[in-house]
Design a protein around this ligand. Structure first.
Ligand code: A5P
Length: 226
């Protein structure tokens, strides 16, 4: 049986095959994407050429160390694929993302992409979204007002994200509210309601964006959905 880390390595490595020679792609963020980047770094050394838009400073830094060639979202028209992780994926491939704090750039890159490929371990595949606290990126100014509005949408608990006892600051200098909805009945309408709150920058709900979820299992099996 494979450990959680081995499963991430398995799917991350597997997904590298979708990066074609001379393509322009998006690269996600997180501990599963870490393994994708490692494999892409090896393939670059063997002659694979492609250009990537990173979704975070973390991916940019690691990718550069591995020899990956990067560009900016403003300098591309469209991305053929983006490969990224997720925190939850339901049977309709609706996602919760942002556990790693990169949701804003991840969503902008996903929106510029023809095919969003999600790589995840089997624990991320859920019947209904919401057990994982939904990350909502907010402007620091008056964030407690935003928190109040989100509570009004039926959210049971909201936690201002911290790291090392400090308020977590995103790559775009915002805060993240981790919102415990527990069960999200209608992800699209919740996403719209959150976006109507002044001060909300982006939500971790990725609605109708993913084309494929590639999930790894403890026995080494890799399942592609659909
Ligand atoms: C980053 O902000 C997130 O959207 C990640 O893609 C997501 O949290 C999955 O990360 P892991 O692969 O580390 O679980």
């Amino acid at each position: 049986m494979h450990s959680a880390e081995e499963i991430k390595k398995l799917v991350g490595t597997y997904a590298a095959q979708f990066v074609q020679q001379d393509s322009v792609i998006g690269l996600g963020t997180g501990s599963t994407v870490y393994w994708l980047l490692q494999e892409l770094g090896s393939r670059v050394k063997q002659g694979l050429r492609f250009t990537a838009v990173p979704t975070s400073a973390q991916t940019l830094t690691l990718g550069k160390e591995l020899g990956i060639n990067f560009t900016e979202l403003n300098d591309v028209d469209e991305l053929s694929i983006t490969i990224d992780g997720a925190d939850e994926a339901d049977p309709q491939l609706q996602l919760i993302k942002g556990g790693g704090g990169a949701l804003l750039q991840e969503k902008m890159v996903a929106a510029a992409t023809k095919q969003l490929i999600i790589i995840a371990d089997h624990t991320k595949i859920v019947e209904q979204l919401g057990t994982f606290p939904l990350p909502v990126e907010v402007i620091p100014f008056g964030w407690k007002q935003v928190q109040k509005h989100i509570t009004g949408l039926g959210c049971e608990k909201i936690v201002l994200r911290t790291r090392n006892n400090q308020t977590y600051i995103t790559d775009n200098h915002n805060y993240i509210l981790d919102c415990y909805f527990n069960k999200i009945e209608n992800a699209a309408s919740l996403n719209a309601a959150l976006h109507s709150i002044p001060g909300v920058v982006e939500t971790g709900l990725f609605i109708n964006m993913a084309s494929t979820v590639i999930a790894g299992y403890p026995d080494g099996k890799i399942v592609t959905i659909p």
